[in-house]
Design a protein around this ligand. Structure first.
Ligand SMILES: N[C@@H](CCC(=O)N[C@@H](CS)C(=O)NCC(=O)O)C(=O)O
Length: 205
């Protein structure tokens, strides 16, 4: 099995983080240089089918893209520690929070960086308006997550799950454009400090 990742890119980092949490070392990691366009070559597109990382190539030849799908597949092979839920209720709650983390935080934060950081102009026709609108959308979500984290140590409850990984990597990526968690959301700040302290936070950056 091979996984195509790219250093510093947020979606591949989710996979690197999950592999680190689970101690997965038997997957060959191939680093793709996005800024050099290695994901847009005919060879990559022919194999993966889409110019995005991460991509997981199974021994059967099947290629799985979409970072959360890749992570879920890895969890099915390496169930411990559990990041996606252990009962129907637990799974549904974690999926709910993972989607919220994706749509309300990670996606707007990634679009903010993509549309405003000069280094990413090579990948995107940048629009300051899109960057600003997405920064605003992420800012609007902060209190919602802060309230959840006032009642729970992690986003979906009492342990780290995929929802935390998706949300934290979004925040960490947005530091590139000086997006910081404000003092007005101290629970989010406490959670972010705890996430940053995990050994997996050092992988894929
Ligand atoms: N929804 C996909 C998004 C994948 C994605 O956009 N990956 C970025 C890196 S973070 C990429 O490959 N970008 C290449 C490009 O924009 O040309 C996922 O979660 O895997």
């Amino acid at each position: 099995m091979k996984v195509y990742l790219s250093k510093r890119a947020p979606n591949p980092r989710r996979v690197a983080w999950v592999m680190a949490e689970k101690g997965i070392t038997d997957v060959e990691v191939i680093d793709i240089d996005l800024l050099q366009g290695e994901h847009r070559t005919e060879a990559f597109l022919g194999k993966v089918g889409i110019g995005n990382v991460p991509a997981l190539e199974l021994d059967s030849g099947t290629v799985i893209t979409e970072s959360v799908a890749v992570c879920r597949y890895l969890e099915s092979l390496h169930p411990d520690p559990n990041l996606f839920g252990t009962s129907p209720e637990d799974e549904a709650v974690i999926e709910m929070w993972t989607r919220r983390a994706e749509l309300m935080l990670a996606m707007p934060l990634m679009l903010t960086v993509r549309h405003s950081h000069p280094a990413l102009a090579v990948l995107e026709k940048q629009s300051p308006e899109i960057a600003e609108r997405n920064r605003g959308a992420a800012e609007k979500s902060l209190r919602f997550f802060d309230r959840q984290l006032a009642a729970h140590p992690f986003i979906a409850g009492d342990r780290i799950t995929m929802a935390d990984i998706v949300a934290f990597i979004g925040f960490d990526f947005a530091r590139m454009v000086r997006f910081t968690i404000p003092d007005t959301t101290p629970n989010l700040q406490r959670w972010a400090d705890a996430m940053r302290a995990r050994p997996a936070a050092a992988v894929g950056v």
